[in-house]
Design a protein around this ligand. Sequence first.
Ligand code: SF4
Ligand code: SF4
Length: 110
Amino acid sequence: MEETETLKVRIKMPDGRSWIPKFVQSIDQEKCIGCGRCFKVCGRDVLQLAGLDEEGALIPLDADSDGDDEYEKKVMTIIGQTNCVGCEACMKICPKKCYTHEAMAEVLSP
Ligand code: SF4
Ligand code: SF4
């Protein structure tokens, strides 16, 4: 059987340093306070603020939306995961440590 090697996808920066992008996987909506900070730093149409109602259903909202009786709390959601470029700006600005990111694996055949 052929052996394969798994590597993390790595990018070479203009200054010669290497960087491993880590792509958004999930947001912990239990911890999220719906502050919208992550939405403001992401320019890739990955995120969408939503209202979470009593039954756990999500209602899409504008980032500037005020409180509304139709939902219990505001939470951030992922609507365009494949647009993510792995910069982790959302994770760095999140005050509640809601984010999980992962590097993309590349499988190399011998
Ligand atoms: S890692 Fe970057 S591109 Fe991806 S969701 Fe976060 S801020 Fe947006
Ligand atoms: S920055 Fe964190 S707490 Fe604020 S909306 Fe985004 S995921 Fe939720």
